[in-house]
Design a protein around this ligand. Sequence first.
Ligand SMILES: [Zn+2]
Length: 424
Amino acid sequence: MPLVADYATALIQFVTPTPANGAIFAYLEDWLASRGFAAQIIVLGDGDAQTTNIYARRRAPGPSDRSNRCLMFLGHVDVVPAVSSATERWRHDPFAATVEEGILYGRGAVDMKGAIAAFMAAIDRHLHAVEESADGDIAILLTGDEEGVATFGTRPVLEQLVADGEQWDGCITGEPTSVATVGDTAKHGRRGSMHFTLEVLGVAGHVGYPHLAHNAAQRLADILCSVGTWQPDQGDADFEPSVVSVTDIRVGNLARNVVPGHAEASIACRFGAVHTPSTLVASLVAHLSTYLAVETVPAEARPMPADNTVPAEARPMQGSHTWQAGGFAVVLSYRLSSAPFLTDPESSFVRSVCHAVETVTRSPCALRTTGGTSDSRFVRMHCPVIDLGLCNASMHAVDEQVAITDLIRMEQIYAQVLQSFFAA
Ligand SMILES: [Zn+2]
């Protein structure tokens, strides 16, 4: 098997459900040290939340006071659970890394141990090509918690590294971004994520006397129909129109003969950089104000009590608005999970990465901002970042898989990215 497939096999065979700890980090530390990287294992949190991360930098030979350009590779070694259901079964042990007819099966094959393997093989190829003439630094940051709550993953590790004086000039995040063929799509930005809770408080009563009650469930259903017509924006050149989904409705009524006095729903919104988190909230507040025929919002946004265990700039934006309308109180609470971000598609970094991909694949590399978010959102404050990885069709799915030819193509692309970055 080619080297990149050996690396992918070795990584998949470490069983690393999120948050990952343990032997995989020792394996990586050894590998990095043998290639001249100075590696440090960073363990944060404790108990069930304990998360291991590894950061390594390979300094180009030369005077130690010289500051070299540095390309970082960002990734995660944790994986989502590999469970079979009543309707879907894994054909192969998800951690055996079985190869069948040129396809490597296993949890993490594309998300994202396959990409890490490709980056390792690309480093080997690059170092072999440049030998002592290397004039740039290569860094690699791998977290053990990207798929989970990620409290002790990339964000705090980056903060610690920046405080220690680390700097980078560009970052490739190995999330699976490709669609039909490897390298056909990269992501130069990601949508933001906002969670809303809509609560209706009415008056409970007897179903035989509904005129004496204010039915919160019925009122919530009406309001949610209106939320379904809310279009936050039309999108722009970089982002598709923002989307909204009702994800849960809770009444919790224990009796069939009671008109419920309380009901609430959860609403998820994925939004582009057309909006800031504040203008997104304002847009929904204006929409609901119109629907509820309340001209002025009686209560201003009131911030919820701050969680003082996290630094102010890292605290999520949250708050609520309240309306009194037609005998009901309607409360909209919001909590920002992540803000949208964008790396300038015309920047020299993005152009150089796309050019490198196209040199290898001989077909266009499209830039998109669709799908979920990634840890690139934590990097973007420190250097330009782009997500570029394997095909995403089987990520998080039963029988997650990658073609060996795709791994080889990914290795070639990363090697070309390294070469182009340092040639610039
Ligand atoms: Zn991933």
